[in-house]
Design a protein around this ligand. Structure first.
Ligand code: AMP
Ligand code: GLY
Length: 423
């Protein structure tokens, strides 16, 4: 099978690495890719925002299947255009991608299908939003409705903080994404991420993970795209997984199909495990980054036929196997991230991969023959281990061999799971 992978992050490097191991694969292209992905794929410089260019490339290279990594091309309708052109694609339609693209849309599905989630209201003006906040009190959560690169959410511990967040949204801090605001009850519990493939009418549970969103050790400091992750998430016991499937994922799949927008792709459910059980915080319609890196390390099965089954509606016949080991990934970022950081700093040396340990590239490029850091999150050092603790030791041992003066990482990824392991 001839494949085109869309994207350029650590998630896409992990997908490329895993897809490249498939006996079904004959050739892998990636647009735009990165230097890590280049080890497994031919990089192509097409403008992925131009849907006609992507389709022309697929025709020219006789591409059988396109795998879309990030959410932006999905929300922009790339999967729709490819399907119209008769090209199989992994990833939802623009209408189905509203599950991630609009928090209000997702909340309305939850309300209609009785999916457990925080009580909420949608607002398109500040005075009404503020009146609701004053009536409800704090803690309370204020969310820009649209895609805000993970930055549109304020978990407000005081009413004043929530009121300020409403002003930020309506004053344009998140652009168009903040033109509507969702205000939601604060959910108290432990967070977990749950990944599940869907072909529109069948679901296949993948695995669980937990990430660390804050930049600093001890989960302190500003939010980021994620500074590390591990899988499985101990809080997601088999009972919690079963309840999540029955109470959250299956009704969502039914709801999407009944609304005329069946969902095909991956559900990435952000959950809060509260005293009442799993409640939905949000959906993403793509693999998590860096959660995908730990999932791919743990997956024993061939990924390619699973993703293809989502596109073809044959997921009901599929199953998936996992290594028993835990996996953990440490994100190495440019000093200053998530604030301003210097670009194009040299990465002098990367350690070789070893059995069950690997460095995925997220924001790198080769300039004048030198590997350089181009993004905020730059490398994902990932390892397997018999426990989260062992995976952590192995990941940090590898991270310590990275020679990159301008890089930093958190030193405590996985602490919650490791505390549990150590009793
Ligand atoms: P989101 O972008 O919706 O995932 O929100 C970002 C983060 O804000 C989540 O990962 C949670 O840590 C937190 N969060 C979002 N909604 C809630 C909520 N209703 N209660 C408590 N924390 C929340
Ligand atoms: N790591 C969180 C995300 O991919 O949204």
């Amino acid at each position: 099978m001839r494949l085109l992978l869309i994207g350029s992050g650590g998630r896409e490097h992990a997908l490329a690495w895993k897809l490249a191991q498939s006996p079904l694969l004959t050739e892998l292209f990636a647009a735009p890719g990165n230097p890590g992905i280049a080890e497994h794929a031919t990089l192509v410089a097409i403008d992925t925002e131009s849907h006609p260019d992507v389709i022309a490339f697929c025709r020219d290279k006789a591409i059988d299947f396109v795998v879309v990594g990030p959410e932006a091309p999905l929300v922009a309708g790339l999967a729709d255009r490819l399907r119209e052109a008769g090209i199989a694609v992994f990833g939802p339609s623009a209408a189905a991608a509203q599950l991630e693209g609009s928090k209000g849309f997702t909340k309305d599905i939850c309300a209609r299908y009785g999916i457990p989630t925080g009580a909420y209201q949608r607002f398109n003006n500040a005075p009404k939003a503020k009146a609701y906040i004053r009536a409800e009190g704090a803690p309370i959560v204020v969310k820009a409705d649209g895609l805000a690169a993970g930055k549109g959410v304020t978990v407000a511990m005081t009413v004043d903080e929530a009121l300020a967040a409403v002003d930020d949204c309506f004053e344009g801090a998140f652009g168009e994404a903040g033109a509507e605001v969702v205000i939601e009850a604060f959910l108290d519990g432990e967070e977990a991420s749950f990944f599940c493939l869907c072909d529109g009418s069948h679901v296949l549970a993948l695995a669980t993970a937990q990430d660390h969103k804050r930049v600093g050790d001890g989960d302190t400091g500003p939010n980021t795209g994620g500074m590390g992750a591990y899988s499985p998430a101990p809080v997601m016991t088999p009972e919690m997984v079963e309840r999540t499937m029955k109470d959250i994922i299956e009704p969502t799949m039914r709801g999407m199909a009944e609304s005329g927008h069946p969902f095909s792709g991956v559900f990435f459910a952000g959950l809060m495990i509260t005293a009442k059980g799993p409640e939905l915080i949000e959906y993403n319609v793509r693999f998590g980054d860096p959660e995908c890196q730990v999932l791919m390390m743990r997956m024993k099965s061939d990924l390619l036929p699973l993703l293809y089954a989502c596109a073809k509606g044959t997921l009901g016949e599929a199953s998936v196997e996992w290594h028993d080991d835990a996996a953990l990934t440490v994100v190495m970022a440019s000093k200053g991230y998530p604030g301003a950081y210097e670009k194009n700093t040299a990465i002098a040396a990367l350690p070789a991969d070893s059995d069950g340990a690997k460095v995925f590239h997220a924001g790198t490029a080769v300039k004048d023959g030198q590997l350089v850091a181009t993004g905020g999150r730059v490398l994902n050092v990932t390892a397997l281990g018999k426990s989260v603790g062992q995976a952590q030791s192995r990941a940090y041992a590898l991270a310590d061999k990275v020679e990159w003066a301008n890089g930093f990482c958190r030193r405590d990824i996985g602490w919650r799971a490791i505390e549990r392991e150590n009793g």
